[in-house]
Design a binder for this molecule. Structure first.
Ligand code: KIV
Ligand code: ZN
Length: 512
């Protein structure tokens, strides 16, 4: 009988630790809803003690998402655990996840504690958490570099104290698959009460081995995999959920394990996470990258046309990538449009659908065919990014550009309900001129960090920063690339304004 692997998704916690990725409460809720559709077993919603924003997000998710366990992270401190429980207490299936480092290097330089002190603190933390809830996970941070007998001793003690899951993180992505698997096997064989807890692993990708290490751990006795959508997370990221799930599903001949993930939701979830966090998926990323199912060479194309399995080890539809045989056009009706969106995994409310449909009609007037990618962009701009109030609105944009004129832009905006402009200025190019004019009208001192244009509709992503250290991502879509760029910039300004006005933001715990 195949055994179940528990999928513990930490996109909203470790994933949000990706440099530059910050999510507000609404965005976290959207991702949590999508993770529920994806049918992961546990959603780690955040680290409530670390910031007000994280606390609110965990509480909102705990209140709304009923079909999945909701976990909250807490250091092995009572005040962290109290905050985690306060945020979690309305969840239908709460889990407190407490952690402390066990490696000598962390004990010596970071915690400045002895092994005995850490053991005592771990046990006290688990006992404290267990008073609140029967579902307690304990993580031995930097376990991958810890003395294995010591980890076994700590796990034995925390299981006695009430831990129901013991997590073995490779926090710095240092281990190698056969070595990591052997460590898990050792724990299975040397922890007397291990049958009372689930062994979990949490692998970082510093050597590009996070998924391989996770699979090796599973073969050797781990039954929970901690992972993130698109593999995002601290530094080089975490083990990627979609890769673990699809490896287990594709190689059933080797793995006698299954997950309950609804794989058809993988791609829509990947898109949502990428767009909301601003972390772009590399084209050659396994499973969800733009090239994951693209066949370039003539020999490969020939094979795939004759029989897809010649060069495809899984089908794109298995992970929710659907290509339309019939693109929509300007004569397509609202019903066909709604059906099409649902086929792509987007279930919109009436008001949202009307808004997206109106934008679709505008686009269809300008473009002969509207493809799946266009629809994804429209939904993303009209629904997903609308969660931030529109303090800044772009009303008019006129640009002059060419090889014989100095590029200029003329911009009119509405800011806080008041029309500002038009204001004209020159720039190094039409987009530079546009950004200068918007920045002037908005009275902003923000700095553009990264700019990218993607997708056939001319969607753009722009990453901007202001002096206080906020980093935000803005997106915009329009058939005209300069207008799309302006929309992206204005979207970024709105996010920045939302953060500065006290909207939730990610904070860093002082002592991590
Ligand atoms: O990488 C790590 O060790 C962590 C723990 C908090 C589980 O993220
Ligand atoms: Zn981690």
């Amino acid at each position: 009988m195949p055994e179940k692997i528990i999928i513990f998704d930490t996109t909203l916690r470790d994933g949000e630790q990706t440099p530059g990725a910050s999510l507000n409460v609404d965005e976290k809720l959207q991702i949590a809803r999508q993770l529920e559709l994806l049918n992961v077993d546990v959603i780690e919603a955040g680290f409530p003690f670390s910031s007000r924003g994280d606390f609110e997000a965990v509480r909102a998710i705990a209140r709304e998402i009923r079909g999945v366990q909701i976990a909250a992270l807490a250091r092995a401190h009572f005040k962290d655990i109290d905050a985690a429980w306060e945020a979690l207490k309305e969840a239908s299936q709460p889990r407190i996840h407490t952690f402390i480092s066990t490696s000598d290097i962390h004990l010596k330089y970071q915690l400045k504690k002895t092994r005995e002190e850490v053991l005592e603190q771990a046990v006290a933390a688990v006992k404290h958490a267990a008073k609140y809830c029967s579902n307690v996970e304990f993580s031995a941070m930097d376990a991958g570099r810890s003395d294995l007998d010591y980890v076994a001793q700590v796990f034995t003690a925390v299981i006695d104290a009430g831990a129901t899951t013991v997590n073995f993180p490779d926090t710095v992505g240092y281990t190698i698959p056969h070595e990591f698997g052997a460590k898990i096997k050792y724990l299975v064989e040397n922890i007397p009460n291990i049958h009372k807890a689930v062994i979990s692993v949490h692998c970082h990708n510093d050597l590009g081995l996070a998924v391989a290490n996770t699979l090796s751990a599973i073969v050797n006795g781990a039954r929970q995999a901690e992972c993130t959508i698109n593999g995002i997370g601290e530094r080089a990221g975490n083990a990627s959920l979609e890769e673990i799930v699809m490896a287990l599903a594709t190689r059933k001949d080797l793995f006698d394990f299954y997950t309950e993930v609804v794989t058809q939701y993988i791609y829509p979830t990947s898109r949502l996470v990428s767009k909301l966090t601003g972390v772009i998926v590399q084209p050659n990323k396994a499973i969800v990258g733009a090239n994951a199912f693209a066949h370039e060479s003539g020999i490969h194309q020939d094979g795939v046309l004759k029989e897809a399995s010649t060069y495809e080890i899984m089908t794109p539809t298995a992970v929710g990538i659907k290509k339309s045989s019939l693109p929509l056009g300007k004569l397509s009706g609202r019903h066909a449009f709604q059906k099409k969106l649902q086929d792509m995994g987007f279930y919109l409310g009436d008001e949202e659908l009307n808004r997206v449909f109106a934008r679709f009609k505008d686009l269809a007037d300008k473009k002969k065919h509207v493809f799946d990618e266009d629809l994804v962009s429209l939904v993303e701009t009209e629904v997903i990014y609308k969660s931030v109030p529109e303090h800044f609105k772009l009303l008019e944009l006129v640009v002059l550009s060419g090889n014989t004129v100095k590029p200029s832009a003329n911009v009119k905006m509405e800011i806080g309900g008041v029309v500002q402009g038009p204001y004209s200025t020159f720039g190094d190019g039409p987009i530079d001129a546009t950004y200068r004019a918007i920045t002037h009208l908005a009275g902003s001192n923000c700095r553009l960090l990264k700019f990218s244009v993607s997708s056939i509709t001319g969607g753009t992503d722009a990453l901007g920063e202001v002096s206080e250290g906020h980093v935000v991502t803005g997106q915009g879509v329009d058939p005209d690339v300069v207008t799309a760029s302006a929309r992206a910039f204005v979207n970024g300004l709105n996010r920045l304004h939302f953060l500065k006005a006290g909207g939730p933001r990610r904070g860093k715990p002082e002592e991590l």
